[in-house]
Design a protein around this ligand. Structure first.
Ligand code: NAD
Ligand code: MG
Length: 383
């Protein structure tokens, strides 16, 4: 039996993780489950899985959590410090599934305990970059990618020498607007943006998929996770989301990982690593799918991948600025304050106005993040 913490237990990745745990109850003991504000759902999960502690990040919801857990023997805590303490309790495996840089501090706390970190929260790695990787090395933690593309690449790299890699190709579905003209993109609504053709995900990553910032963040994520240069990382649009990514070696062999569009596959791969476990996912029926197609991304309509590549090239604090500006722009778009095409324009504006020095520690990263957010918010109100 291994211990498990799920940071972001009430979200899409959290639910997929707990679905796998539910089917393999004897294998896991739950340490901490966390949520932003949904105290009732969190309490329900904490009771079902017999968690040691349930943490609600927004302290205003702590009284409701306490009440819902009364008599259960499960600890109820709340607020940002409690979230970090949940990560710091340590577990054999911590699934980092909070959305945005809100997940950075608790994920870093978990890294400091030296266990396995199953990382879905790409924004944390994009922002903290080298600071996070240095902590992973210092504390002997193991970072396993849950993001489907990175999990695919991780699997394709196993048993190979990264010096032999010619290309790493990240596949992108292209999102719901991949065939939309620029004029139509200008009018895209939040409801249209969150309706992803292949994947059922949280609102933020769904918008990121529509803008292609998701692939941009993933490019930066891949640059940190895999020891090949940025010039060996490329993106290809693959609307069917069956090939989750590919690695081409210098002898001309390309290895790919294929699977259904179900995050339980990469989550299971991380939970069972270096072994395998059963999942209830539907088997891949390639004859039924019939065709797999690929095309080049269009950076005219979707400038996000260009911005992300430039940010990765610049390094230091620049990816943290890009990420923070994007988080604010996505929230503004979802709130109906800016248009869809303003998201990338606004990120580019923030990148042009703010060039902080490379962060040396977590508090530097958080400072850059908060300053970039403030600048992005000012742009929203002046638009
Ligand atoms: P989601 O919105 O469904 O869930 C987010 C979780 O984080 C929830 O439990 C929520 O309560 C918590 N949360 C939100 N804001 C918080 C805050 N300020 N403080 C503390 N907790 C907070 O998101 P998701 O789709 O599950 O995505 C989670 C992460 O996984 C994201 O970084 C996303 O990019 C990544 N990811 C998701 C998918 C997917 O299929 N959903 C695939 C790959 C990667
Ligand atoms: Mg992905």
């Amino acid at each position: 039996m291994r211990t498990l913490t799920v940071l972001g237990a009430t979200g899409s990745i959290g639910a997929s993780t707990l679905d796998l745990v539910r089917r393999n109850r004897a294998d896991w003991r739950i340490v901490a489950l966390t949520a932003h504000s949904n105290a009732l759902e969190l309490a329900r999960l904490a009771r079902e899985f017999g968690a040691e502690v349930a943490v609600v990040a927004d302290e205003a919801h702590l009284p409701a959590l306490r009440e819902a857990l009364a008599g259960s023997g499960i600890e109820a805590t709340g607020g940002p410090d409690a979230l970090v303490e949940a990560g710091a309790r340590g577990a054999d495996v911590t699934v980092a599934a909070i959305v945005g840089t809100a997940g950075l501090a608790p994920t870093m706390a978990a890294i400091e305990q030296g266990g396995v970190i199953a990382l879905a929260n790409k924004e944390a790695l994009v922002s903290a970059g080298d600071v996070m990787l240095a902590a992973v090395a210092r504390h002997g933690a193991t970072l396993l990618p849950v993001d489907s593309e990175h999990n695919a690449i991780f699997q394709c790299l196993c048993g190979n020498d990264s010096a032999d890699v010619r290309w790493i190709t990240l596949t992108a579905s292209g999102g719901p607007f991949r065939d939309w003209s620029w004029d139509r993109l200008v009018t895209a609504t939040p409801a249209e943006a969150v309706r992803h053709p292949n994947w059922d995900m949280g609102a933020k990553i769904s918008v990121d998929s529509a803008t292609m910032f998701n692939k941009g963040l993933e490019l930066i994520e891949a640059h940190h996770l895999f020891p090949v240069g940025l010039d060996r990382l490329r993106i290809i649009v693959h609307p069917q989301s069956v090939v989750h990514s590919m690695v081409e070696y210098r002898d001309g062999s390309t290895l790919a990982q294929l699977g259904p569009s179900d995050m339980r596959v990469p989550i299971a791969s991380a939970l069972a690593w270096p072994g395998r476990m059963d999942t209830p996912c539907t088997a891949l029926d390639l004859a039924e799918i019939g065709e797999l197609t690929f095309r080049k991304p269009d950076e005219e309509r979707f400038p996000a991948t260009r911005l992300a590549r430039e940010a990765a090239q610049a390094g230091g604090a620049v990816p943290a600025v890009l990420n923070a500006a994007n988080e604010i722009a996505v929230a503004a778009f979802l709130g109906g304050h800016i248009s869809f095409t303003r998201i990338a324009a606004q990120v580019e504006d923030v990148l042009g106005s703010y060039a902080p020095p490379p962060p040396g520690c977590l508090s530097d990263v958080l400072e850059v993040d908060s300053e970039a957010r403030a600048r992005a918010r000012m742009l929203v109100t002046s638009t």
